[in-house]
Unconditional design. Structure first.
Length: 321
């Protein structure tokens, strides 16, 4: 799909010397949009790949009907959403594709390359969002305490699980931690989340204790030849892989009576739920999780009925007889 240069781009081109080399007028709008996402928002390679796939799919859909982006209207977007529904795609997946398309179209409108936004009045698909799977406090404690400390890597695994449960970090955030990101004396970690945004997350005493032990007993012997600078390393001193982290959680789940589908994200869900159950305010939990929108954090307010009963009895003026 080829587009003429936008007025903004054309203005820049007129000011450039002839010798600078004019870019081709038939530039790729998807590639340009992805470049801007990476430069302005720090989008990850995974996000960029998903956007590229979704946008190419929509453009191919238009092409099959002899339509173009410049002539697309709301009816084309609605037809595309209906097509996705008929293929059995879940509402959440359809909503993600529509969100990518909206961002792309709005970018083109801002650049003056499209006159109207065909997604403007198309409703976001609604679907029941499943409640996050969590562990009870007892099962979470059993899971983080399960690594066999007598085997190689046991202390590292214990420190890793303690940190995940203590901070609610995503698996990718935990793997990116460097030694300089952990302040054991002050009791916090500096976490780099989505869009390269950094946040400070408190570190509990238990997690800090195991991290200190790991640094001396687990990490120090592993980095004798190579030191990657990452907090968690493999036995050769290189960065711990995502697959290895998942294996640590799966081994811990298998060693306890935790559900078989327990993942690093289940520990993140448990972290948030247990904080809220014990009286933490939603804004604080939002900050620690690194959620841009508090609506994302609100899914964790599914407190169990005993907690709801206690809160009702405590605060409702006519709860007690």
């Amino acid at each position: 799909m080829h587009f003429p240069l936008s007025p903004r781009q054309a203005s820049r081109e007129r000011r450039r010397p002839a010798s600078a080399g004019r870019p081709p007028t038939g530039s790729d709008p998807v590639a340009e949009f992805l470049d801007s996402l990476q430069a302005e928002r720090g989008a990850s390679p995974h996000t960029l790949a998903a956007y590229r796939r979704d946008l190419r799919h929509f453009i191919a859909f238009l092409g099959a009907g002899a339509r173009t982006l410049q002539r697309a209207g709301p009816e084309d977007v609605v037809a595309y959403v209906e097509r996705l529904r008929r293929t059995g795609l879940k509402p959440a997946s359809i909503a993600r594709r529509l969100s990518a398309l909206r961002s792309f179209i709005r970018h083109l409108v801002r650049e003056g390359r499209l006159r109207r936004d065909p997604t403007e009045h198309v409703e976001r698909p609604r679907g029941g969002r499943p409640l996050p799977r969590t562990l009870s406090r007892e099962k979470a404690a059993a899971l983080v305490e399960s690594p066999d400390l007598s085997r190689p890597g046991g202390v590292r695994d214990r420190a890793l699980l303690e940190l995940l449960y203590a901070t609610g970090m995503r698996a990718s955030e935990c793997l990116k931690l460097g030694l300089e990101d952990v302040n054991l004396s002050a009791g916090y970690v500096t976490c780099t989340g989505k869009g390269r945004k950094q946040r400070l997350v408190p570190l509990g005493a238990e997690a800090a204790t195991w991290l200190k032990r790991y640094l001396t007993e687990g990490r120090a012997p592993a980095i004798r030849r190579v030191d990657s600078g990452r907090l968690f390393v493999n036995r050769f001193g290189g960065p711990l892989s995502r697959q290895s982290l998942w294996n640590v959680v799966r081994r811990a789940a298998a060693a306890t009576d935790a559900p078989g589908r327990t993942s690093p994200h289940v520990l993140r869900h448990s972290f948030a739920t247990h904080l809220l159950e014990n009286g933490a305010d939603l804004r604080s939990v939002q900050t620690m999780l690194g959620h841009a929108d508090i609506a994302t954090t609100q899914i964790y307010t599914h407190l169990g009925s005993p907690t709801l009963r206690r809160m009702y009895d405590q605060f409702h003026p006519r709860a007690k007889r």
